[in-house]
Write a protein that binds this ligand. Sequence first.
Ligand SMILES: Cc1ncc(COP(=O)(O)O)c(C=O)c1O
Length: 352
Amino acid sequence: MSGATDDHSSAGAIDLRSDTVTRPTAAMLEAMRTAPLGDDSRDGDPTVVRLERLAAAMVGKEAALFVPSGTMGNLLAVLAHVRPGHDVLVDPLAHLATSEIAGLVGVAGVVPRSVASRAGCYDLAALAAALATAPAGRVGAGLVWLETSHNGAGGRVVPVDHVGEVGAMARRRGVPVHLDGARLFNAAVALGVPAATIAAPVDSVMVCVSKGLSAPVGSLLAGSVAFVARARALRRMLGGAMRQAGVIAAAGLVALETMIDRLAQDHAVARRLAAGLAGLEKTLVDPATVETNMLRLDVSRTRHDAEAWAAALARHGILVQASGAAQLRLVTHRHIDPAAADRVIAAFAAAA
Ligand SMILES: Cc1ncc(COP(=O)(O)O)c(C=O)c1O
């Protein structure tokens, strides 16, 4: 693969479909081989305990729980915070609303209620109204949802002040706030602040080590000791209690300890892509909106729809994700270097 930075990236295409395609580093594989292990759901796994403590400290919460996926972490947050029949106030472009709705409704029995938002930030007047009222026949808000960096908004970063304002508004109404921080560390690097600063106003936060941080598996759900104890019991209920989970937690530790600062490189490659693609066709993307490792290209004013673009680029060995008819998602990561970005720009020019 072009742009590979160590020996465990796969050969072949330039894969921009997601940062989840990142392979574990050599240091992760070595840590996995040598990690002290136990039975996490019987009497504890020391490597999982280390990862949970480190993650909790990094996001500024009392405790954390290691879970197999971001989806499970978010679902556990809903189950732990919200009683069935209540609403989750959510930005309609949040990953919860676009991709996790079946678990929210089908497993948690919780109702999504959309609140007007832009680039991951709520219209605060609309949020205040949603917190103050319940639609006819509904119980009312049980949770407010935030996401940063914001996948559906093209990796946009929610300003720290906005998280604070949302937290304060919800607290006044006695409603908890959960932050989907699948890419919280990208947001922290982009803002130049600790992840804990962003997460300070929220009650719980989920972070993934399996995305741009390159660990093969895993996410962490953090919050108060009482919240995490409840989530731990619910994780068992969902079948998410694991055994020698230190094997994968070991890679997560390397991710948190060594892989965060380099996310700035992924952001620089994303900006390079945005500048090059906007140079070809300015309606594709506004480079000023590319804040982290993601681009959402608007192909509606080109001659191809998104599927046709994806197919044409695949013929050049470049994999991108079509999102509806009008949008392509490109995600940069450890295996995409500046030279790979330049090949992508050249392929777009050729495919146009
Ligand atoms: C913002 C966001 N939240 C949650 C998830 C779910 O994570 P997972 O794929 O580990 O279930 C994703 C996955 O891409 C995501 O982008």
